[in-house]
Design a protein around this ligand. Structure first.
Ligand code: 13P
Ligand code: SF4
Length: 377
């Protein structure tokens, strides 16, 4: 995929009057549809809209590309569009800015769309952890890997210290890359993805140690750090952590023959009971490949599960959520049709709102870590 601006058909933004967000927020969702479509048409090929699978239907239906974090980061790296509207969360928009070309501008329709997992690791805490490893002469044999769900500063840290970024679709490949270069992995910030990935490649649980950034020296000793092969940051996704092993037992008891598929941000005990794990993109692919008559319980965000349920019903495949209470990512939900219309119509008026810009000194090393991920994957 390589999107190039068609300058002949593109209508470039004209300088115009400001559009205030408050005016949009008072309007109903459905009234945004025609406005979003009209603004998209006016902006033409100057603008590409990327939508993560957890986005609301009212928003994701306007995306030029939908995907998991990996697919969207590739789309951002390859597009020639001048404006990238990222319907996702902050770390995704930051990554798009890092991977984007000179002159491209990335817009996050609502700046409050963060990620509670990414918030569980601050760069100063990561530096403290690294200092402890240096004190014990362990840093030189440790490769830092950060999950995409982290700040640009942490990605830069990994790039500068010989490490890389991964997503849930290529964490295994990133681990192999790291173990070809070091004895130990420092995995940030999702302990569950780190543990599930390490275990899948044969590392016993006893050799994976949790670094607690809120405890003195991570709650570890020199001996425990030295013995660890994977040092897991004590972070998690509040959405995926809600899925429990008892949910798996319950759906299996209720629907004999059901397949349980979950995102690897789920707890180890849930992943061990599941039939398969995968990124959002892979979860969709697993159902796509299944024969008619199959039934799945899916452990991931509810908007994606509901969309899959509707889509695959037409193929006589049943999809239900693993947890009846439904797990909603409230930060993904923040991108509303009103925010999208506001960002697009401002662009039509020549105003770039909510631009996400990573500082050049951070960008440089974060790019190294992201490029390594794209090469490894
Ligand atoms: P994917 O890379 O699987 O889309 O996951 C992103 C994410 O934030 C899951 O919580
Ligand atoms: Fe972050 Fe979890 Fe939401 Fe994914 S689902 S964006 S990890 S809070």
């Amino acid at each position: 995929m390589n999107l190039v601006i068609d300058e002949e058909t593109a209508v470039l933004p004209q300088a115009g009057s400001a559009c205030s967000l408050e005016n949009y927020l008072a309007l109903p969702d459905h009234s945004m549809d025609s406005r979003i479509a009209a603004a998209r048409a006016q902006l033409g090929a100057t603008t590409v809209l990327l939508g993560h699978h957890y986005q609301r239907d009212e928003v994701v239906r306007f995306a030029d590309f939908t995907g998991d974090s990996y697919k969207l980061s590739k789309a951002a790296a390859e597009t020639g569009a001048r404006y990238i509207i990222f319907c996702g969360v902050h770390f995704m928009a930051e990554s798009a800015d890092i991977l984007g070309r000179d002159g491209q501008q990335v817009i996050l329709p609502d700046l409050n769309a963060g990620c509670s997992m990414a918030d569980l690791a601050e760069i100063s805490q990561v530096e403290d952890c690294w200092e402890a490893l240096e004190r014990f002469h362990l840093a030189e044999e440790t490769i830092p890997i950060t999950y995409m769900n982290s700040t640009a500063a942490i990605k830069a840290f990994c790039g500068e210290h010989g490490g890389l970024v991964c997503t849930s679709s290529n964490a295994g490949a990133a681990f192999h890359w790291a173990f070809a270069r070091g004895k130990r992995v420092l995995f940030l910030p999702d302990q569950h993805l780190g543990r599930n990935t390490g275990y899948a490649m044969g590392i016993p649980l006893a050799e994976m140690t949790v670094w607690d950034p809120w405890s003195v020296q991570g709650g570890q000793t020199r001996e425990s750090l030295t013995a660890s092969r994977v040092l897991l940051w004590k972070g998690h996704c509040a959405v995926h952590q809600r899925f429990l092993p008892s949910h798996v037992d319950q759906v299996r008891a209720k629907y004999p023959g059901i397949q349980v598929i979950v995102h690897p941000e789920c707890r180890f005990e849930v992943c061990q009971k599941a039939d398969a794990l995968g990124s959002t993109e892979r979860l969709i692919a697993l159902i796509e490949k299944a024969p008619a008559g199959s039934m799945f319980a899916v452990g991931t965000e509810i908007h994606l599960v509901n969309r899959m349920a509707r889509r695959f019903a037409a193929e006589d495949k049943r999809v239900i959520t693993l947890d009846d209470t439904g797990c909603l990512c409230t930060t993904m939900y923040r991108i509303s049709p009103q925010h999208l219309a506001w960002a697009l119509e401002n662009l039509v008026a020549g105003r770039v709102v909510n631009r996400i810009q990573v500082r050049p000194e951070v960008k440089q090393w974060a790019r190294v870590a992201l490029d390594r991920m794209l090469e490894v994957a």
